[in-house]
Design a protein around this ligand. Structure first.
Ligand SMILES: *[C@@H]1O[C@H](CO)[C@@H](O)[C@H](O)[C@H]1NC(C)=O
Ligand SMILES: *[C@@H]1O[C@H](CO)[C@@H](O)[C@H](O)[C@H]1NC(C)=O
Ligand SMILES: *[C@@H]1O[C@H](CO)[C@@H](O)[C@H](O)[C@H]1NC(C)=O
Ligand SMILES: *[C@@H]1O[C@H](CO)[C@@H](O)[C@H](O)[C@H]1NC(C)=O
Ligand SMILES: *[C@@H]1O[C@H](CO)[C@@H](O)[C@H](O)[C@H]1NC(C)=O
Ligand SMILES: *[C@@H]1O[C@H](CO)[C@@H](O)[C@H](O)[C@H]1NC(C)=O
Ligand SMILES: *[C@@H]1O[C@H](CO)[C@@H](O)[C@H](O)[C@H]1NC(C)=O
Ligand SMILES: *[C@@H]1O[C@H](CO)[C@@H](O)[C@H](O)[C@H]1NC(C)=O
Length: 451
């Protein structure tokens, strides 16, 4: 009898644990936050391929693409910095993963990814390594994280394309990838964001000029629209219409990346225009909250979010955290802190699924796990919880030690990069021929490997 009571009691306890998921008992106590974050980070690392036999260092399991890894490392780096700064095993995992994917030109255009990589993908990796700079993460001896971020920035900026829509970056880098004829807010937002961070970190106004160029273009072309609520950000448009036929989807990460970019610029320039723009992007970000719970509104209500879209809230949350520490206006911080408090508790309690009982879900309005799981769910929950702990990013003035190299990335010698640079700077008429040549090189390489 006693045994039965014990067993029943045990089962009830299990049930309670499962129903409750991870309980974030305090949104201010670091130990309690890190305690929850540890479960979520460990769940995320289940998808990491770099430690598995035959796995590629720096990559996560399919269906996750290369860019998802860039997104993941940004969150893991914050987790390491805020919660486990003395864990050398974790440090090595992050260091090796991020460095291995730098590519032969140390600009995050690895030749393996030439069939998938777009400007936004390179930009998201740029955000991860810029975070390494701002968190004083140990630099590789030959190439500092800062010089590699500058290489990402320089190569992206050199692709600025005035032949259609009066400017802007295309979505894709390579002519042969579909989306090469599309210009969008996320690719351009990444350039804006990186320019803002480099400006602040280095105290260099040239990057502010680039950020202004991107902002003005996005506004001028109508990707960003000024409404009564503030700035609304749309997805993008095809060059065949000279960017006039705009796809009016809205994504949380685009808002986050633009908002945090404005916050970095405000912190550096002290110019009120950037404070106003931050405020207006915070106001319109209200779209992504349902009863203050972060929700990918474009696709979640209809249950149509794809694998990428299920991860967007990770970057959104990270950027809310950064905005919160960079801008000291209480109008902004009280709003952001409220969203993060409510969303982090909701995200944590969704982590009650899977065989481990702590797998995170997608719909955080459900009391418990909704049965959806993946890298995107882990990332989004992790970064939302961690955004409660965001610290002020370092700059060169406040103790950052990463070495600057202003022209990094612009003189690379390897085949892929030479072609990328020449597509962007030489006449576009040659692009078709170049495509054929590069494809021939890749195919020849493939045939050679098979033989
Ligand atoms: C250090 O990090 C690794 C990888 O996340 C983890 O497996 C290990 O448990 C951590 N060590 C400690 C002491 O927490
Ligand atoms: C490129 O792919 C090869 C074969 O899968 C792999 O061994 C290598 O580590 C990859 N390199 C990078 C940077 O991903
Ligand atoms: C294309 O769009 C840009 C920016 O909106 C505009 O300045 C330019 O005049 C347009 N060009 C044509 C040919 O319509
Ligand atoms: C998310 O969960 C809430 C609360 O259970 C529910 O009302 C809503 O319909 C869910 N959304 C989707 C798309 O299932
Ligand atoms: C906010 O930051 C600005 C610029 O750093 C500073 O001048 C101002 O005193 C700060 N305001 C508050 C309320 O802390
Ligand atoms: C917002 O949350 C409420 C309560 O959980 C739910 O009924 C509703 O369906 C949600 N709305 C959207 C658009 O997700
Ligand atoms: C950054 O790291 C270096 C060692 O690599 C250290 O000397 C320096 O004090 C650190 N700076 C800060 C602000 O933590
Ligand atoms: C500022 O950045 C620009 C763009 O990378 C660079 O050309 C310039 O040399 C930098 N200025 C200083 C003083 O480092």
């Amino acid at each position: 009898m006693l045994n039965i009571i014990v067993v029943v009691g045990y089962l009830l306890l299990q049930l309670v644990t499962v129903v409750n998921g991870l309980q974030l008992t305090s949104t201010t106590d670091k130990d309690s936050i890190c305690n929850v974050a540890k479960y979520i980070a460990n769940g995320e690392l289940n998808y990491y391929e770099g430690l598995k036999y035959g796995g590629v260092v720096g990559m996560f399991a399919p269906p996750n693409y290369w860019w998802n890894a860039g997104e993941a490392f940004g969150g893991l780096l914050d987790y390491f910095t805020f919660c486990e700064p003395t864990n050398d095993t974790l440090k090595e995992l992050i260091f090796d993963g991020m460095y291995h994917q730098a590519g032969a030109g140390y600009n995050y255009i690895p030749s393996n990814q030439s069939m998938t990589e777009g400007n936004d993908d390179q930009g998201v990796w740029g955000m991860a390594i810029m975070q390494a700079v701002e968190r004083n993460f140990t630099d590789p001896p030959e190439h500092s994280w800062l010089s590699m971020t500058q290489a990402v920035y320089n190569t992206m900026n050199s692709r600025w394309d005035t032949s259609y829509c009066d400017g802007g970056l295309r979505w894709q880098i390579f002519t042969w990838n579909s989306g090469y004829d599309y210009k969008n807010s996320i690719a351009n937002g990444c350039l804006f964001h990186l320019a803002a961070r480099l400006a602040r970190y280095l105290g260099n106004d040239t990057y502010v000029e680039t950020a202004e160029k991107v902002w003005d273009w996005m506004y001028g072309v109508g990707f960003m629209v000024h409404t009564q609520q503030g700035f609304v950000l749309y997805d993008g448009a095809d060059i065949s219409t000279n960017c006039t036929d705009i796809t009016k989807y809205q994504w949380s990460y685009t808002y986050g990346i633009m908002m945090a970019g404005c916050a970095y610029l405000y912190d550096f320039t002290n110019d009120d225009i950037w404070l106003e723009r931050t405020q207006e992007l915070v106001d319109t970000s209200n779209f992504f909250f349902n009863n203050s719970i972060m929700t990918e509104m474009q696709c979640a209500p209809s249950n149509k979010c794809n694998n990428d879209q299920r991860s967007f809230r990770s970057l959104f949350a990270r950027c809310l955290g950064l905005t919160n520490v960079l801008v000291n206006s209480t109008d902004i911080t009280s709003q952001i802190e409220h969203w993060l408090d409510v969303s982090s508790v909701a995200a944590a309690q969704s982590c009650s699924g899977g065989s481990d009982g702590v797998t995170c879900g997608f719909n955080w309005s459900v009391q418990g796990w909704d049965g959806v799981y993946g890298l995107g769910e882990q990332q989004s929950a992790l970064e939302t919880v961690l955004s409660l702990l965001t610290e002020m990013p370092l700059s060169a003035k406040t103790g950052g030690v990463s070495q600057s190299e202003v022209n990094a990335g612009l003189n690379t010698q390897d085949t892929i990069n030479r072609n990328v640079i020449s597509i962007s700077t030489k006449d576009k008429a040659g692009a078709g021929v170049l495509t054929a040549v590069v494809l021939a090189i890749i195919l020849a390489g493939g045939v050679w490997m098979i033989l």
